[in-house]
Design a protein around this ligand. Structure first.
Ligand code: GLC
Length: 719
């Protein structure tokens, strides 16, 4: 896999940057380290014109549209002594105008190519709007669904998240030796271990062994860097007592030395100033000094570096040559993406927003990310003449929530509601929306009305879940049930005796324990994006067969959390043998739905399963081979998942770890011979000595359809 940050084109950009740097004043240099803009939560788009003449602005965030970015760029270049174009950035997390499923939903496709395609379209639309940089992908491992930002990442598993991280970067930046037209820089965030926040409380402390940091939370960042990620964002949280945004170990020893990262680091919004609240810095100057010297090149957002660096340099607290290095890395990326050659964009390029091709991709993605949790055969719908839609996500009223968080550049006017999607997919059928189609409309009275009315329909489709704002940033929840009276609504609809298909839309795993055995079908549609209604209709009518598999465990109840699959054994694993085991007295130990779980309208069979050897050296590789056959009557896809267990290690090892997977699309009756390599290098872990080694010893290997599927088990040895 090429890494464009090591290409000839990158070296050429470095030469140009070196030449320009030598002509800049100190003020202009510090200006390149300063990003300005408005928070996504305010719409006062400041432009900071008074900073232009001294060259104090290097970058902007959240400026929307080619007209605005061109206007600012023109004024800035005219006003500065050394004309250096600003780098425009925004949070293009799962689409720009055309919105795709949230990243967590995308990870449930187990199809990194899907993410590469979605991000390629997102990059094209963002580029056409004048952006050259996105604050994505977010690759924080999330093992706690109380944390609202679980929706922004790729789930609980390190190996899977790493595959999506590299695909996400390639989607944004392209696969060439430089980012081409319609490509934008990626930003690996939030570096690091933001998802390990204690209690699932956003911005909270992350504290873990250095080995866990290396083996669980850092590999997705390494994968993104090796895929060529141009930038990294330092996180808000402290990690083992040192805030990530002032953490030299993370930002220099690991990111630069261990991973070979060559781009630049931007802080998260306000994270440098927050070192004071962390109790890690006395004041702004102290915070700026500590963050910069630890490795944060650019401040998001504001004058903190502009205001403090001249004195810090004079006092010898930071070195001008270090400032030069940071400016050099930023100027290099500005040359590398062609910003000096083309500082403006053609506004007519925005015609591609929401175009049929982009919508078709969103529709396909929305269907591929959904996970079928239960189905008694009611799905796919057939011969249905009337459908009652109930719940706050079923109609025009609630469709904007189907975009999910971080969709502020989109426009829900273009979103297809579930009502409209189903109406279009079921010509001749009556598709009506019952009371309770707004979050504030799910009341006892309306539940009663909806239940009564529903009796007159062939099937009920309940569309329930979270609002788009119940997950995302600063959206931690202590309980994970369906908000408000929605569970009561679903149960009332089930009590009608009519078949109930329950669609759940949320940014995070929810506790669905109270409804799973009551409904006829249960599908996690996540937040599917602009084409939500059509994606859902394709799934309910069988035009698309569900193929999603969970990448975050669904708890039986919130008190179980953390409930991730790749946990360690303990000395008293919950085997049900005796009372003195590691478990709860009042709750099962297994999740409601495990990692890797997901249903289909068809069935698959594995056969002729073998491993190429029962032993390999520490630099060897074992191939897992099997035949996958579609033995049902629908075209569909299965996900072959390869899990291993290292039976004895110098540190205790997880009871199971995903080490490879392959999604296999098959028509009815079709079979495919699959060979999946398992290199020994994937078995490496960080020992007590902090060295990453593949230790000799025995391993179990499972060829599975979900993390708790142990039907096909093998043993091998690393010698
Ligand atoms: C936010 C988020 C970060 C985002 C940035 C800019 O606080 O933590 O993910 O990219 O600010 O909006």
């Amino acid at each position: 896999m090429k890494n464009m940050m090591y290409s000839q084109a990158y070296e050429a950009a470095r030469e140009k940057a070196r030449a320009l740097l030598s002509k800049m004043t100190l003020t202009e240099k510090i200006g390149q380290l300063s990003q300005f803009g408005t928070s996504i939560y305010s719409d006062n788009e400041q432009r900071f014109e008074d900073h232009f003449s001294e060259g104090k602005v290097g970058s902007y965030l959240t400026i929307k549209g080619a007209g605005k970015t061109n206007g600012i760029q023109k004024d800035l270049l005219k006003a500065t002594r050394t004309p250096i174009p600003a780098l425009f950035a925004d949070d293009v997390i799962h689409g720009y105008r055309t919105t795709f499923p949230t990243p967590l939903a995308q990870s449930c496709s187990w199809d990194p190519e899907l993410t590469r395609q979605c991000n390629g379209i997102a990059a094209k639309e963002a580029y056409r709007a004048g952006l050259k940089w996105t604050f994505a992908p977010m690759v924080d491992i999330a093992r706690d669904p109380r944390w609202g930002r679980i929706m922004e990442g790729y789930g609980e598993d390190t190996y899977l998240c790493s595959r999506f991280a590299e695909a996400a970067v390639r989607g944004f930046q392209g696969d060439g030796d430089r980012p081409g037209k319609d490509h934008i820089y990626a930003c690996m965030k939030h570096y690091a271990a933001y998802g390990a926040c204690v209690g699932g409380r956003d911005y909270n402390t992350a504290d873990m062994s250095p080995q866990t940091l290396q083996d669980v939370y850092l590999p997705p960042f390494r994968a993104g860097v090796e895929a060529g990620a141009a930038t990294v964002m330092s996180a808000f949280n402290d990690v083992n007592g040192v805030p990530a945004t002032a953490n030299r170990y993370l930002l220099k020893d690991v990111l630069r030395e261990q991973f070979g990262f060559r781009g630049f680091v931007v802080s998260d919004a306000g994270a440098i100033g927050e070192l004071i609240a962390h109790g890690y810095a006395e004041d702004g100057g102290d915070a700026a000094e500590k963050a910069f010297n630890a490795g944060v090149d650019m401040v998001m957002a504001g004058d903190l570096y502009n205001d403090t660096f001249p004195a810090l340099i004079k006092e010898g607290k930071i070195k001008e040559e270090d400032v030069d290095e940071s400016v050099f890395s930023i100027l290099t990326l500005k040359y590398f993406i062609g910003l000096f050659d083309e500082p403006y964009v053609d506004p007519s390029g925005e015609d591609c927003f929401f175009c049929p091709e982009h919508r078709a991709a969103a529709r396909k993605a929305g269907a591929e990310c959904a996970v079928l949790l239960e189905n008694d055969g009611i799905l796919p719908l057939s011969g249905v003449k009337s459908v009652a839609l109930a719940g706050p996500l079923s109609s025009e009223e609630g469709k904007h929530h189907l975009l999910g968080g971080w969709s502020c550049s989109s426009d829900s006017a273009y979103t297809v509601s579930i009502k409209d999607g189903l109406t279009a997919a079921l010509p001749g059928a009556r598709v009506d929306v019952l009371p309770c189609d707004r979050f504030d409309g799910v009341t006892e009275e309306n539940i009663e009305k909806a239940a009564q009315a529903a009796k007159g329909y062939d099937v009920i489709v309940a569309c329930v879940g979270e609002t788009a704002f119940m997950s995302g940033e600063a959206a931690s929840r202590s309980e994970l049930g369906l908000p408000g009276l929605q569970e009561k609504l679903v149960l009332a609809l089930c009590a009608t005796g009519k078949p109930v298909v329950c669609l759940v839309s949320s940014g995070r795993p929810l506790v669905l324990t109270g409804i799973k055995d009551k409904v006829n079908a249960l599908m996690m549609i996540w937040q599917p994006g602009t084409e939500a209604g059509n994606s859902v209709a394709d799934l309910l009518t069988g035009r698309v067969c569900p193929s999603g598999r969970l990448t975050a465990s669904f708890p039986y109840r919130a008190g179980q959390i953390p409930v991730y699959y790749n946990h360690t054994s303990t000395g008293r694993p919950a085997l049900g043998n005796w009372v003195f085991e590691s478990k709860y007295r009042d709750c099962q130990i297994e999740p409601l739905y495990p990692f890797g779980y997901g249903g289909s309208y068809t069935n698959f069979e594995f056969s002729d399963i073998s491993i190429s050897s029962d032993s390999m050296s520490a630099d060897g590789c074992i191939d897992v081979s099997l035949t996958v056959r579609n033995v049902g009557s629908y075209a569909g896809a299965d996900v072959v998942q390869i899990y291993v267990r290292d039976l004895v290690g110098s540190r205790v090892r997880p009871v199971k770890e995903l080490k490879a997977f392959e999604k296999v699309f098959l028509r009815p009756g079709e079979s495919k011979r699959v060979k999946i390599p398992l290199p020994a290098s994937r078995l490496a872990f960080t020992g007590v000595d902090m060295k990453q080694t593949v230790e000799p010893g025995k391993f179990f290997l499972w060829v599975s359809e979900r993390s708790d599927d142990e039907r096909y088990k093998f043993e091998f040895e690393v010698n």
